[in-house]
Design a protein around this ligand. Structure first.
Ligand code: NAD
Length: 483
């Protein structure tokens, strides 16, 4: 059973307080369109109170002054309580944003639980302070100091993964945090914040201000923030970058993608199609790293398109609460309308829908559904191949040879992810290495929490996950000793 979605308080300075803002954000079930709860929609006064609390906890509180080992010890009990709550968390995320429950259990709940353990282990072994011999015979002490007050601003598509990837490493590094989750998915952020509060962290170390883009803007512009850790659209990322840059506010930006899956001519069509059925359509296509441009060799195009079409046509669309469902509704009416519009754009540009197309799936007369759509005969110059759709819409693009495939993959403003599908792993590795993107897979796509994740080009700045994800929340300081 999902937790209550009725909340009237926000977390500031270790207390659940009534917000200054009287406005509320509805929490909507995307599979029915029904409102089943609401949370505060925080205004600039709430943001100010939260940042002041985080600032005081950073400037005068014990948390940044604890040793890294003390912080790991204080946060270690999170792993067990998080793990015991994964079923509840999966139900919350499915109710908030419509991700199919089987996917939610794995990717929206078990995965962030694994991430908690990974970060705790990494922080225990991290070189927070190193001593290096200097060229002039002395010693350099290299310290990783907490960057300060962190504004964590997160999207709705993998809400917990993104919240944990920011809040936990920030805390382990000694920062204090103001979290603003996406307006569509506040409930799982409350769930996580409550777990953290239960650990008895010092007041003001974690603060929660639910709200929409205006709440986010107030947070980004607040002079008490030292670092903005943002995941979301490239357009919002641009706005945040231009606000932070003149003030030298640190930022990490995890933005959009339009990832290419290069299918080499030695790949097995059925195995490749089975892999892409997941890697391209996961989370109902609402994944930044979804493999949305499938590049197939012209010499074998009919085989690959046939196998992909059969795989996509077999996706089970329906109620996200049904464990057999593989594609659920999109998060909101706005998102459904956007994706429906992209399907029309593809058609108007001359792409051929081999599966799906406009309209609702049969038998689903309510909720924000679209038909999973596989477009064939796509040219990489088409808008549907260039812009992020963020729904279950995938383009097949033909190529002549590997040079051509790499050129098409690279012809994108984005550089978040990609994959290569082949019978020869080493050949796959060589081709993957030519793509300027942050994470790539050979014969699958999957990010690993122990390794850095993030984007080249318009897909962002900085890295999350792995030791690099801890370093995202530090300032380096060198003290050189002589004598
Ligand atoms: P969005 O940019 O609309 O919103 C993301 C968050 O930022 C929300 O909390 C929103 O309220 C807030 N926000 C929006 N505009 C803001 C502004 N100008 N200043 C401050 N805060 C602002 O994105 P979304 O629709 O919630 O999420 C989908 C997008 O996120 C997609 O583009 C997807 O590719 C991207 N994403 C990227 C990654 C990654 O790791 N690279 C992961 C998940 C999602």
């Amino acid at each position: 059973m999902a937790a209550s979605a009725e909340r009237r308080r926000i977390l500031i300075g270790g207390e659940w307080m009534s917000p200054a803002s009287a406005a509320l954000l509805p929490v909507v079930d995307p599979s029915t369109g029904e409102v089943y709860g609401s949370v505060p929609d925080c205004d600039a006064a709430d943001v100010d109170a939260a940042v002041r609390a985080a600032r005081a906890a950073f400037d005068d509180g014990p948390w940044p002054r604890c040793s890294p080992a003390e912080r790991v010890a204080a946060l270690a009990p999170l792993a067990g309580v998080y793990e015991s709550g994964v079923d509840e968390l999966a139900a919350i995320v499915t109710a908030e944003m419509g991700s199919p429950i089987t996917f939610s259990r794995m990717a929206q709940a078990a995965a962030p639980s694994m991430m908690v353990r990974t970060f705790l282990d990494l922080a225990a072994a991290h070189p927070w302070e190193e001593r290096r011999p200097t060229a002039f015979g002395g010693t350099s002490v290299v310290r990783r100091l907490p960057v300060g007050v962190v504004a964590a601003i997160t999207p709705w598509n993998v809400p917990q993964v993104v919240v944990v990837a920011k809040v936990l490493p920030a805390l382990l590094a000694g920062c204090t945090v103001v979290l603003k989750p996406a307006p569509e998915t506040p409930v799982d952020a409350y769930w996580f914040t409550e777990l953290l509060l239960g650990l008895g962290l010092p007041p003001g170390v974690v603060n929660l201000v639910p709200g929409g883009p205006d709440t986010g803007r107030a947070l980004v512009e607040h002079p008490g923030v030292d670092k903005v850790a943002f995941t979301g659209s490239t357009s919002a990322g641009r706005e945040i970058a231009s606000s932070c840059a003149p003030r030298f506010v640190r930022m990490s930006l995890e933005l959009g993608g339009k990832s290419a899956a290069i299918v080499l001519d030695d790949a097995d069509p059925e195995r490749t199609a089975a892999g892409l059925r997941f890697a391209s359509f996961l989370n109902s296509g609402q994944a930044c790293a979804a493999q949305t441009r499938v590049l197939v060799p012209r010499s074998r195009r009919e085989e690959f398109v046939g196998a992909l079409a059969a795989a996509v046509a077999s996706l089970r669309i329906g109620d996200p609460q049904d464990p057999d469902t593989e594609v659920g509704p999109l998060v909101s009416e706005v998102q459904r309308d956007r994706v429906a519009e992209w399907i029309e754009v593809g058609l108007a540009e001359g792409a051929r829908p081999v599966v799906g197309g406009p309209g609702r799936p049969e038998d689903l007369d309510r909720g924000w559904y679209v038909r999973p759509t596989l477009f064939d005969r796509v040219d990489n110059a088409m808008r549907v191949a260039r812009e992020e759709v963020f729904g279950p819409v995938v383009c097949v693009i033909d190529y002549d040879d590997v040079e051509d495939a790499v050129a098409i993959a690279e012809d994108s403003e984005y550089g978040l992810a990609g994959s290569v599908w082949t019978a020869d792993r080493e050949r796959g590795l060589a081709v993957a290495g030519r793509i300027r993107a942050g994470t790539l897979g050979v014969n699958h796509y999957g990010a690993d929490f122990g390794s850095p994740f993030g984007g080249f080009k318009a897909s962002g700045l900085g890295r999350e996950y792995g030791p690099e994800g801890l370093d995202a929340f530090v300032e380096f300081q060198s003290i050189s000793l002589l004598g």
